[in-house]
Each structure stands twice: as structure tokens, then as C-alpha cells.
Design a protein around this ligand. Structure first.
Ligand SMILES: NC(=O)c1ccc[n+]([C@@H]2O[C@H](COP(=O)([O-])OP(=O)(O)OC[C@H]3O[C@@H](n4cnc5c(N)ncnc54)[C@H](O)[C@@H]3O)[C@@H](O)[C@H]2O)c1
Length: 258
């Protein structure tokens, strides 16, 4: 069997949180194109259903939508149970939903801080451990958490201390789980995108005016496209990444390299 056959995901079952749009939608599409059945997990159920329909039509794979607020422990456990029941198992978990607030630290309320920590870090803990409990029993599985280049550098000029802190936390949490579960067949990695063209950047009134500045500083001179994460997503979900665990994969067009 050649390497491209080994990278195929036929028979595998995956979910992607924040999968209704942006990077999550691109990852879910890539996984389905490679042969996986996918669940689009999102708080925005109308958009998740639309995305699931599009993916099913384009790829012929099973694609379902599950309404979940990933910051709620009970909803997260229900989501895992639904994935297993509806798709027939769980092999790859993509915990990707996240948000950014651009508020100077000295003006940030505790509520604003907590909102970002809840979605970007607490929800990743809830989803990773709920998926992990199922995968540990099964003796196999790949968990991929979306961090960011902001785990490695402090973005400028926009202030975003809560985002940067939570994304660094996602990497250390994921490495810790990877070590705890290394001998039990469950792999945990993070993907760290650079600036990508999604709603989060293109339609944010705070961030949109900064895109030209970021592009001037970017070695490639442009934002990443969501589909430029698909290859990494398929690699990490597939068995070809069997020696990859506890790692962070930067996909940032060398933004953090200089
Ligand atoms: N866009 C970028 O430049 C960039 C760069 C690095 C990392 N990231 C990270 O990638 C991930 C996806 O970013 P994106 O740009 O696609 O974002 P996006 O804002 O376009 O999409 C986020 C999705 O998450 C969903 N969501 C929000 N709160 C939720 C909740 N409580 N429960 C379930 N779903 C919820 C939203 O409905 C939406 O569909 C995030 O973790 C983000 O921090 C993005």
C-alpha cells in the first residue's frame, strides 16, 4: 500500500468543533474528502446543518450536525455519545472552536477574560477528556486541538492577552494528555495556524483594518487560506502519524520564524 493509500481515512469517524465555518469547516471537508464520516459540532446549528449538507453532497460521506455549546460539560458528553451512536464510533477528535477578544489588559473585565478562557481552554479540556475516555477504552484515537501561533508569539499591534494565554495553555494541556495516554493508543497534538482568512479575521471590525499590516510583516505576504490546513488535519487523523504525539504543528507561512 502506498503512502497516499495509508493516509486515506476510509471507515474512520471524526468530529470537528466550531466546524460550521472557517478553519473547522475546512478541516471537516478535508477529512471527509479523505474518506472519513464527520460530525459538525457547533453552537450555530443552522450553519452546522448547512455545512454538513454541503460536505455530504460534495464527498458522498456521512456528515451530521450536532448542536453543542462546548463550554458545557453535560452537552460535551452528550455530543460524544451522539457521535459514537450516529457515526458508529470515534477515531479523530478535532477540538477547534475558539474566539479572540481584543481588549487592553488593564481595561479587560474579569467576565471578558473568563469568556475567552472558557471557550479556548476549558472547552478544550472538556472535549479532549470526554473524547479521551472513549478512545482509551477503545485503545486508539487521535485528538487534535487548535492552538495558534499566538501560543508562541505575542501578536501586535492588537492587544489579546487572554487569547495568547489560552492558546499557550492548549499546547501544554495537549502535551500533558499526550504523555498520560502515550502507552494507551491515544495521541494528542496541536495545530497552530498563523493569520488565516476566516470570519474571525476578515469580518472582525477590530482586526480587519490590521490585515495589511500583518501581510507586510508576513514572509509570504498574505493570510493563509483555511484549506491550507487540510493536509495537516488528514495527516494527524490518519495512522501515518502514529509516531506523532505531544507535538505542536505550526502552519503559519513562517510568520513566527523571523
Ligand atoms: N482565523 C485565524 O487567523 C486563526 C489563527 C490561529 C488560530 N485560530 C483558531 O482556529 C479556530 C477556528 O478559528 P476560525 O477563524 O475558524 O473561527 P470562526 O470564528 O470563523 O469560527 C468559530 C466557530 O466556533 C463556533 N463556536 C463559538 N462558540 C462556540 C461554543 N461555545 N460551542 C460550540 N461552537 C462554538 C462558532 O459558531 C463558529 O462556527 C479557533 O480556535 C481560533 O482561535 C484562528
Amino acid at each position: 500500500m502506498g503512502i497516499l493509500d495509508k493516509m486515506r481515512l476510509d471507515g474512520k469517524k471524526a468530529y470537528v468543533t466550531g466546524g460550521a465555518q472557517g478553519l473547522g469547516k475546512a478541516m471537516a471537508t478535508g477529512l471527509a474528502e479523505a474518506g472519513a464520516d464527520v460530525a459538525i459540532v457547533d453552537i450555530n446549528i443552522a450553519k452546522a446543518q448547512q455545512t454538513a449538507r454541503e460536505i455530504a453532497e460534495a464527498t458522498g460521506q456521512k456528515a451530521i450536525a450536532i448542536k453543542t455549546d462546548v463550554t458545557d460539560p453535560e452537552q460535551v458528553q452528550n455530543m460524544i455519545d451522539t457521535v459514537v451512536k450516529e457515526l458508529g464510533g470515534l477515531d479523530a477528535a478535532f477540538n477547534n472552536a475558539g474566539m479572540c477578544l481584543n481588549v487592553p489588559a488593564e481595561e479587560m473585565t474579569f467576565e471578558q477574560w473568563q469568556k475567552v478562557v472558557n471557550l479556548n481552554l476549558n472547552a478544550v479540556f472538556l472535549c479532549s477528556t470526554a473524547a479521551g475516555r472513549y478512545m482509551l477504552k477503545q485503545g486508539s484515537g487521535s485528538i487534535v486541538n487548535t492552538a495558534s501561533m499566538s501560543a508562541h508569539i505575542v501578536n501586535r499591534p492588537q492587544p489579546q492577552c487572554s487569547y495568547n494565554a489560552t492558546k499557550a495553555g492548549v499546547i501544554q494541556l495537549s502535551k500533558s494528555l499526550a504523555i498520560e495516554w502515550a502507552k494507551k493508543g491515544v495521541r494528542v497534538n496541536t495545530m497552530s495556524p498563523g493569520y488565516m482568512g476566516t470570519d474571525l479575521t476578515l469580518n472582525s471590525p477590530d482586526l480587519k483594518p490590521l490585515i495589511k499590516t500583518w501581510n507586510d510583516w508576513a514572509p509570504l505576504g498574505r493570510l493563509g487560506k483555511p484549506e491550507e490546513l487540510q493536509g495537516m488535519a488528514v495527516y494527524l487523523a490518519s495512522d501515518t502519524s502514529s509516531f506523532s504525539t505531544g507535538s505542536d504543528y505550526l502552519v503559519d507561512g513562517a510568520f513566527t520564524a523571523w
